[in-house]
Ligand binder design. Structure first.
Ligand SMILES: *[C@@H]1O[C@H](CO)[C@@H](O)[C@H](O)[C@H]1NC(C)=O
Ligand SMILES: *[C@@H]1O[C@H](CO)[C@@H](O)[C@H](O)[C@H]1NC(C)=O
Ligand SMILES: *[C@@H]1O[C@H](CO)[C@@H](O)[C@H](O)[C@H]1NC(C)=O
Ligand SMILES: *[C@@H]1O[C@H](CO)[C@@H](O)[C@H](O)[C@H]1NC(C)=O
Ligand SMILES: *[C@@H]1O[C@H](CO)[C@@H](O)[C@H](O)[C@H]1NC(C)=O
Ligand SMILES: *[C@@H]1O[C@H](CO)[C@@H](O)[C@H](O)[C@H]1NC(C)=O
Length: 395
């Protein structure tokens, strides 16, 4: 059967009928089987390529309901259609063996404009085996594991109404992209799965992240170098390591972070809540215009933590201090409970003290025994407004 011809006839019929319908490229018409064991990667790439080459204003790639096995794929543009819908309705599973994906991503969109991913389906990274063999905490040169859904140089794009589950590494990674909306997503992996950040953004701008439930083993959201104008609202995080700007200052020449707003988020049994982290002994860098406000902490271990001596595996030179300059930072309307007594940690760098740090209403209570919540604050003279519980005294 000549598939291209079929698609052409279909398009021609739509045109003839004057129906402004999108052309649908169903992977099943390219040989995909919903049997959970036949790799559909060739079918998916062919369907994508045809959709991408379609001259219709809108074309749709469809993975309908059912369970599919999918090897690593790169879905690239530029495309002729001005908008492409990726309808993920089914459950798509990655091969469990980490050795079967040699690239740094499982599903990788690149060089696409006007993409919309939706459909209610699930990307299941089947990460259990990868987590057990992950030795990145002991081995700094560990092999990079694949990101479930990676976007590189993607613009004007919406990712909505899908689930990312048990990724081998990050769930969603966004690089060199702009004008994106991520909404109504469900992201989940066990609390002890290593490096399974929910959403990682770097070198990207104008991004809205809203209405997302994230339960994972690392940062719910991590904001890397070169991120500009990122708004995060209505995210529920937990378990996980919180919403983090950083870690910054690992490599020379990192682009600055500018404009990160985190609002109306809830943290449940997380390791951290609102966090900014930079490595000690770092090259020069900068992050500014960062606002954390209207946050609810439910038993977060470190609800507020600005840490410029970040050293997760206790193998860092603490001298010289971090040279990542943090300025125009606000923490306001942060309330709830802390699982550790030190509810607020502000540890600015001696080498580049924080500038214009504003601390507004904080109302955090320690749930354990042995006294009330307290705080630490170093190398900064914050501008205080409102009321802080616990009190914050800086030296
Ligand atoms: C799909 O398109 C990419 C680049 O546009 C090309 O490299 C690849 O060979 C194509 N694959 C198929 C199966 O058509
Ligand atoms: C990490 O795992 C890789 C592959 O399993 C292995 O080659 C390497 O020796 C391990 N490194 C350490 C430090 O355990
Ligand atoms: C993000 O949301 C704001 C406010 O709702 C809106 O003005 C803006 O256009 C959105 N940006 C993107 C890239 O979707
Ligand atoms: C983020 O929110 C701020 C403040 O409400 C707004 O000025 C900005 O345009 C928003 N950014 C995006 C990407 O929507
Ligand atoms: C965020 O929470 C504040 C305080 O609860 C509320 O006034 C505001 O409407 C909320 N904003 C959004 C976008 O949900
Ligand atoms: C805050 O609590 C910690 C942990 O219990 C304790 O070690 C520290 O001395 C307390 N700090 C102050 C200033 O009370």
């Amino acid at each position: 059967m000549d598939l291209k011809w079929n698609q052409w006839v279909l398009s021609a019929l739509f045109l003839f009928a004057g129906v402004a319908e999108a052309t649908v490229f169903d992977v099943k018409n390219y040989g995909a089987q919903a049997d959970g064991k036949t790799d559909i990667s060739k079918a998916l790439v062919s369907a994508w390529n045809d959709s991408c080459a379609s001259v219709e204003p809108t074309s749709t790639v469809l993975i309908s309901e059912g369970t599919y096995l999918l090897g690593p794929v790169i879905l690239s543009g530029p495309c002729k259609s001005s908008s492409i819908e990726f309808q993920l309705q089914g459950l798509v599973q990655a091969p469990p063996d980490p050795a079967s994906i040699q690239t740094d991503a499982w599903v990788h969109f690149q060089n696409v404009k006007g993409l919309k991913v939706s459909g209610g389906g699930t990307l299941d990274g089947q990460g259990e085996r990868a987590w057990t063999s992950n030795n990145c905490s002991a081995n700094p040169n560990c092999k990079e594991l694949p990101i479930n859904l990676k976007l590189t140089t993607v613009q004007n794009t919406i990712i909505q109404d899908i689930t990312s589950k048990n990724s081998k590494y990050f769930h969603i990674g966004i690089f060199q992209s702009s004008d994106l909306t991520l909404e109504n997503l469900n992201i989940n992996a066990p609390g002890n799965s290593p490096n399974t950040d929910g959403i990682h953004v770097s070198s990207s701008e104008r991004i809205n992240v809203t209405n997302i439930v994230i339960a994972t083993g690392d940062d719910c959201i991590s904001v890397g170098p070169g991120t500009r104008n990122l708004n995060v609202t209505k995210v529920v995080c937990g378990p996980g390591h919180g919403i983090s700007v950083g870690s910054l200052g690992k490599y020379p020449g990192e682009a600055e972070v500018y404009g990160v707003f985190v609002r109306n988020c809830t943290f449940i049994n997380t390791q951290n809540g609102a966090r900014i982290k930079t490595w000690p002994s770092s090259p020069v860098g900068a992050a500014s215009n960062i606002v954390f406000e209207d946050l609810i902490m439910d038993n977060a271990y470190h609800p507020v933590i600005l840490d410029q001596a970040y050293c997760p595996h206790q193998k860092c030179d603490q001298e010289p201090p971090s040279l990542v300059k943090l300025s125009d930072i606000t923490f306001d309307q942060i309330k709830g409970t802390s699982a550790s007594q030190v509810a607020v940690i502000i540890s600015c760098s001696r080498g580049a003290p924080c500038e214009n740090l504003k601390i507004g209403n904080i109302d955090l209570h320690y749930t354990g025994i042995g006294g009330s919540a307290n705080s630490t604050c170093l190398n900064v003279k914050p501008i205080f407004f409102g009321v802080q519980i616990p009190p914050i005294v800086c030296t």
